[in-house]
Design a protein around this ligand. Sequence first.
Ligand code: ADP
Ligand code: MG
Ligand code: MG
Length: 500
Amino acid sequence: MGKDQACANMPPSPPSKHQLDELIREINQWAITNGLTMYPPKFEANPSSASVSPVTVYPTPIPKKCYDEAVDIQPVFNELYARITQDMAHSDSFLHKETEAMALSDPEFTGRLWSLYLETSKIAANRKQALKLGIFRSDYLIDKKNDNDQIKQVEFNTVSVSFAGLSGKIDRLHTFLNKANKYDIKGPYYNESNMIVSESGFLLSKALAKAVESYKLQQKISASNDPIVAFIVQRNERNVFDQKILELNLLDKFNVKSIRLTFDDVHEKLFIDNETGKLYVKDSKQEIAVVYYRTGYTTTDYTSEKDWEARLFLEKSFAIKAPDLLTQLSGSKKIQQLLTDGNVLDKYTSTSEQKDSLLKTFVKIYPLDDTALGKEGKRLALTDPLKYVLKPQREGGGNNVYKENIPGFLKSIEERHWDAYILMELIEPELNKDNVILRDNKPYNEAIISELGIYGCILFDDKEVLVNEFSGSLLRSKFNTSNEGGVAAGFGCLDSIILY
Ligand code: ADP
Ligand code: MG
Ligand code: MG
């Protein structure tokens, strides 16, 4: 279906008050019934309360060609980052040296992770777990430049990717509203077959279960002694229910038990067997096959030296880490920048088709160092900042510096520290004025832009890739006026995809 035809069937903009009120009531009730929820701020005083996640009222149209391209390329990205991680482990490799340099320019975070990695690299080979699980999400905006819809990668996340659970819920909510005729929109565009329902909540738990199974095979563990998955979580996490979906699926669909632990709990409740390096729960003596991080990706996750010690303790254990330190580091914005160089990409891809399909999704990214490209980056940052976003080696939203703020920001820090940042060309997605964001029961009918996320899971060791899969999708939307799109951080909301 063409765009014009799709537009003929778009939501009424703005919808009538009566129609919107009814939709809001349906959304709230469906969301609470089905757990499309998160904890409200300061929920600790009342942990029996939950609030409806911020969502869009309607699905957002995405060109089928863009969705298909993002899905098809996911296994290529998965393998690329597995290869990068494998190579980073070789002390004479290009990426090992680059990561070392990155550690020096960002001692607070990258440097800390890197020093923990160097500690773990001293572990004897027979005590070291070779398997690693990557649970990734590649994020895109659809670039409208040249009037040609093209997915362009915002970033590649290799640690603690969220919303795999809730993504399928918002998709089901919108499908329900359509099926129940609540949208009152007729025509081919609102055909159920055009609506994507992400199976990411199932597929991520499947990948975790697969890692447990591989651990059991590796360790020749009998079926009767089932090792478990440890979810390492933030203190006071509000996005708990998104994670619970994975936990419940693990048990329900794969018969794998799990436990939720903060870094404090790691100290209190776990021990490592000195003989084998295996990780266990003290009380139950249950063996932990997989350590799955939903924390540890940002400086504020490490509130004291004890938290860094907990991370090191887990990394030193024989459990499979999802992800381990190197896999996490492979997702640095600096590495994303290095990969935009075709010569670098050549080293980590098998065919020129793969390389070209990856390159097509990249925008220009500059370092801000003393290389020729870095000097060009510095010049552009100062003289032409409106086309760019400046990013530090950080995760979790709220860290970037945009457009006209870039020169002032750079001038406020010493030039020798500029290499801790990358300068990325801004992607210019189309505005959608026909949707409505529902947040805290209040509708907002402002123009939004949407970011497409594709999940991918890969189980690999030092040399081989054992499992490599596409694992579902996510659409998040934000007001055009907000530069950042994190749902949990309060900037964006969950949306669903309707193809055209
Ligand atoms: P984080 O790891 O903190 O999520 P991102 O690289 O995803 O960092 O940047 C956060 C947000 O900033 C994105 O979700 C997107 O809304 C916006 N953004 C980042 N890079 C670009 C870009 N090149 N063009 C347009 N918007 C961008
Ligand atoms: Mg992001
Ligand atoms: Mg990120």
